[in-house]
Design a protein around this ligand. Structure first.
Ligand SMILES: Cc1cc2nc3c(=O)[nH]c(=O)nc-3n(C[C@H](O)[C@H](O)[C@H](O)COP(=O)(O)O)c2cc1C
Length: 433
């Protein structure tokens, strides 16, 4: 399971722990000859980092990007690009007490149950610092998305709700309602003093998106955006267009009617059947209150002993301002995949390098499939040994081949070729068993 990797056309692999030496990302399939957008990426990392926003953790990190490979004289070479930022403000002592307990609201319990070992310092891999990798990588698709405008801002923080939006009202929280901003600040100061935290809801509006982005069934644009956004720590829900509000509407109230000029409303949020309609794409997602709070709470130790825990480390009163650049990065990565795929389907502006890129991907997918098949064959071999079952099963082999040949006929592929490939694969798999 490549759970630390993401993306189809721009493959990224994120690595590093909160209190390890670095957080980093390897980015593959970036075209050669592109100016590496160092300044843009650094600007986006600065927006994400702790300690530079009101009500954010006092951990002081420079988060200065270091390029280890794939860029020569400021230009991409087409080789894997490895970017890192150093973790500097590491106060591992702050986390010494956490060795043995599961912090409420954190991933400690599940990581321990799953892996039996984990880096508990600052949340390890489940830390918000992991998102540096996503923000850094997404800078490489800025050029592709230059005509698309992505705007994100909170519409609710704790009990406060945005009622009127004025985008010219600039502040650290990206809170665009002047009327209740001061009250919100004093509410957050109060929450901070109490050692507590709050969450909220973020609204996203994407303008100038072409129609036709996204694919049927498992590659729906809304499904891919939902997965990307929900992969961000502390994000707990997402809704497109009218979202959960659809529950109370009738069909005649919910449908977006059309005339010859286009849609008469946009309740679906700019996506129908997983494919963009060309209207403004709108969705909202909810962020839970920061789990680390300076308030005593009940929990248990690894030995199942009940204890009272109060977080002593540094944390954000509200994580939303820091999640905004991360969510924008994930949206950019999803849109880059969808745009690149659409370029291939629509057959527009394709050159040899586009075709080669597609072929490279397919070859890579075949190899990945082979590696996974070998791994699974090995596991089957182990299982059969443990259960005293015969390793070779000629009947099943025949059945598998018969099914493949049936499919080959449907797809009009030479059945001898399929048989030859399959026999090679199976003899390779048997070497592992
Ligand atoms: C950018 C970012 C910063 C975060 N900062 C903190 C923090 O300072 N303190 C904290 O307790 N959780 C923080 N979190 C949230 C935790 O990482 C997250 O809630 C935890 O790993 C449990 O995962 P879950 O909430 O998705 O179930 C942050 C998340 C992100 C994305």
């Amino acid at each position: 399971m490549n759970s630390n990797s993401y993306g189809k056309y721009l493959g990224i692999t994120s690595f590093g722990e909160s209190h390890g030496p670095v957080i980093g990302v390897v980015i593959e399939d970036v075209k050669p000859g592109i100016k590496f957008p160092m300044e843009e990426i650094q600007k986006e990392l600065d927006a994400r980092k702790p300690g530079n926003k009101e009500f954010s953790s006092s951990r002081k990190e420079e988060d200065k990007i270091v390029i280890l490979s794939g860029v020569f004289n400021g230009i991409t070479t087409g080789m894997p690009i490895c970017l890192i930022v150093n973790n500097k403000d590491i106060r591992t002592k702050d986390y010494d007490d956490l060795k043995n307990l599961f912090r409420p609201g954190h991933a400690d319990f599940t990581y321990f149950k799953k892996f039996k070992i984990y880096d508990y310092r600052g949340g390890g891999r489940a830390s918000g610092r992991e998102t540096i990798a996503r923000v850094a990588a997404s800078g490489l698709v800025n050029d592709l998305l230059k005509d698309i405008n992505i705007r994100l801002y909170p519409v609710q923080i704790g009990k406060f709700i945005v009622k009127s939006i004025d985008f010219s009202f600039k502040n650290d929280l990206s809170w665009y309602d002047q009327n209740n901003y001061k009250e919100l600040l004093s509410y957050l100061t109060d929450i901070q003093k109490k050692g507590d935290s709050v969450g909220g809801t973020v609204e996203v509006k994407i303008e100038n998106l072409p129609e036709g982005l996204g694919d049927p069934v498992f590659e729906k644009l809304d499904a891919n955006l939902a997965k990307a956004i929900l992969s961000i720590g502390a994000v707990k829900g997402i809704e497109f267009g009218n979202g959960f509000g659809f529950a109370g509407l009738t069909g005649s109230e919910a449908n977006d009617q059309m005339n010859k000029k286009g849609f008469l409303s946009n309740r679906c949020g700019g996506i129908l059947g997983g494919i963009s309609t060309g209207q403004k794409l709108t969705f909202r997602f909810v962020v839970k209150p920061t789990p680390s709070i300076n308030i005593p709470q009940k929990t248990i130790t690894r030995e199942n002993k009940e204890i009272i825990f109060k977080s002593g480390g540094r944390h954000d009163t509200c994580i939303i301002p820091r999640i905004l650049p991360v969510a924008k990065s994930m949206i950019k990565l999803v849109l880059a995949d969808a745009l690149n795929h659409q370029k291939l389907i629509a057959g527009k502006k394709l050159d040899l390098s586009d075709y080669r890129e597609a072929i490279n991907k397919i070859d890579e997918d075949i190899l990945t499939g082979l590696v996974r098949r070998k791994e699974i064959s090995k596991l089957i071999g182990q299982y059969k040994k443990e259960h005293n079952l015969q390793i070779e099963d000629k009947k099943r082999e025949k059945e598998l081949l018969k099914n493949l040949i049936k499919k080959a006929q449907i797809w009009n592929i030479d059945k001898n070729l399929v048989e030859k490939i399959w026999l090679t694969i199976i003899s390779e798999s048997k070497k592992n068993q």
